[in-house]
Each structure stands twice: as C-alpha cells, then as structure tokens.
Design a protein around this ligand. Sequence first.
Ligand code: ATP
Length: 388
Amino acid sequence: MTTLQLQDLKKSFDDVVAVKGLDLVVEDGEFLVIVGPSGCGKSTTLRLLAGLERATDGRILMDGRDVTAVEPEERNVAMVFQNYALYPHMTGRRNITFGLRSAGDFTDEEIEQRLEQAAETLDITDLLDRKPKAMSGGERQRVALGRAIVRDPDAFLLDEPLSNLDAKLRIQMRAELTKLHDQLGTTTVYVTHDQTEAMTLGERVVVMRDGRIMQVAPPQELYDSPANRFVAEFIGDPAMNMLDVGLDGGRAVHDAFSIPLPVGERGGPGERPGSGRPFGGRRSAVLGIRPEDLSLTDRAADPAVEPFPATVEVTEPLGDSLLAHCSVGGSVVKIQAAPRTDVRPGDEIEVAYDPARLHLFDPETGKAFYHAEGALAAPAEVNRVGGD
Ligand code: ATP
C-alpha cells in the first residue's frame, strides 16, 4: 500500500525554477505517467520523489508520512534510469543483487530467492552470468528493472527507461512493462517526453509544461477533452488543427467557412446553464479539430454537417492512411483520409467533419471552454486544470 502525495512542491536551481508548485496524488498501485517537452521539470519531479533532489518548498508524503527531508535510502523507492546505470565490471547477477547485499538486511537464501523470482518474471535467467557489455540495450534495461524489482520497493520511479531502445523494442518493452505492473501492482511513476508512450502506459497521465501541471487525466480523456490548447496540441499525432474563428449565433465563422456548433439540451456552446450568454459572451475563439475527425468528401451524409471548400497542397501516404495538407482560406489544415484516397496537389475538395469532435479554446488564455461531445451529453463544463 503506497500513496504518494505532492503538496505545492517547488524546486529551484539558482535562478532556474524547475518545478513551480505541484499538487498531485498518486494512488496506491497506480501507473502514473508524467509527460511533457524537454526541460518542463519531469525528471526533477521524479528525482524529488526519489530524494535525489531536495525540495525548495512544499511537501512529499508517502502513505501520509512526510518524507520531504528523508534520505533516498530511507524511502524504499526504486529508480530506473534511461542509461540503465549498471556496473560494467559486474555480471547481471551481481548487478541485481549488489544493493541487497550491501544493505545487509537479507540472508543469502533470501537474496537467491528474490533473484530467481525476478529473473523468471523478466525472463533474464540466461543473462545473469553476462556482463553489461555482452548484453543488448533491451537486455540491459531488463537487468536494471530486475535490480529494482528484487528490492520489493513501495514505488517504482522510472525516468525515460525505454529512450535508448530502438522503436520495435520500445513497443515490445512497453507491453512488458504493462504486464509487469499488472503482476506486481506496485505504485509507479513513469517519466517520458513521448506522448505515445504516455498514452499507452499510463492509467492517468500528467501533462507538464514549464514546471507546472497542465492537466491530469486518463489518456482517453486527455485526448477527447483537453483542458487547454497546449494539451490539445501536445497529445495526438498528427497534432490537432487550430483555426482562428469568430463566434456568431452558435456558429464558428472562418474566412472560408461558417459551421454550426452542436448544442446540448441544457444550453448553447460554452453557455453556463441559465446564463443566457452563448460562449460565455466570447466573440472569437480558436477552433480545434483533429486530422482524423476531418474527411474528404463530395457531400457529407450527415445533414448536421456543412462541408467547406479546401485546396489540396501536399499529400503524404502513410500506408494505413493518407495525410492531406490543405489550404482552407488563409489557414493550413491537415486531414487524415482513408488510405489510397485519390487526391493530388491542386485538387479542389470539400471537407466534412465529425460535429461531435469540435473544440473551442480561448484565444487569450488557451483554456478550453467547449467540447462538442460534452456539450451534447451535458452542460459545457470542462476540466479546468491549468491554462495555456
Ligand atoms: P528532459 O526531458 O530534457 O530531461 P525534463 O522535463 O526532465 O527535461 P528537468 O531535467 O527536470 O526537465 O529540468 C527542468 C529545468 O531545470 C530545466 O530548465 C533544466 O535546465 C533545469 N535543471 C535541471 N537540473 C538542474 C541542475 N542540477 N542545475 C541547474 N539546472 C537544472
């Protein structure tokens, strides 16, 4: 049973403020991923949890106990690093058991038992007598995980553990990490800059930017209801299209189109129930549409959809889809079309959209104030964590 809690946690390095007041609870047994661009403070947050950095302000609690000033070796957490951090002169076996032996708390028999179990779980029995230079990157990372597992820690802290592996091995190891977590059920915090890794591994994902949390949510919720423009553009590849629009009579108005915004039963887009002010009185917005929610069409079947004209600029066949870069008035819009769609640069096309998948962001703050899907299901109340 291990719950981790960060309370207004801050960390400065001289004049660089790396972490700017984080509040976060990692539930017992949860697999939580922290994702964000380089320099956003992910690793510093993890190192604060491990005790490798001392907080400038705020508190860290483990199961309610204040560990902010507790030394790393007293925290019973195991950290796994991107560069494996194995001792080159030791075999896999010694690398895995070294920490247990030097702690002096275990009998030889216990150590052997733990080693055997970890080796079986990670399928590394035949690596135990090899030194790291005789192992592949994936094998080294498994041994590094073995070293973490044998300690039976209260929490695993993983810092970009798959970054040094090639793409195919990364995908394989992702699945193995999920399986391992299902098996062990240990509270895990995993740091990565890779949004696909975050989406596939995390039960919940924390998106960070510039030392702050922009949103915390399960992966699908981040994707479907981003709290702000930063999350909307960071999560998803190709990125969400963003278009400056005016708001007029329940429609999004661009120089090339005017499309109706779906309205829920309990009020207009962005309207707080009973306020009588559509869009909260806003006159302009940034309209967000994901490339896969747009399609190339002559006529859309859905009468609620009003297709708009575009000109194809560039096409990229991706095998399982075709990405068309199109100009729509003065804007460029990416459309993820069916594979082998017959379009060429210069073609004049009509673009349809999924009306339930439109998003509006405040042009000044970047905060989301309307997700069509939410507006159709309930009042337009969106997750309001963070801004842009
Ligand atoms: P990356 O993905 O590149 O590792 P990150 O999100 O993990 O980035 P951090 O390593 O936590 O980011 O760094 C956050 C900020 O703090 C950066 O501006 C970084 O330069 C700074 N920083 C981190 N460690 C130190 C240090 N020991 N001394 C000074 N500045 C530091």
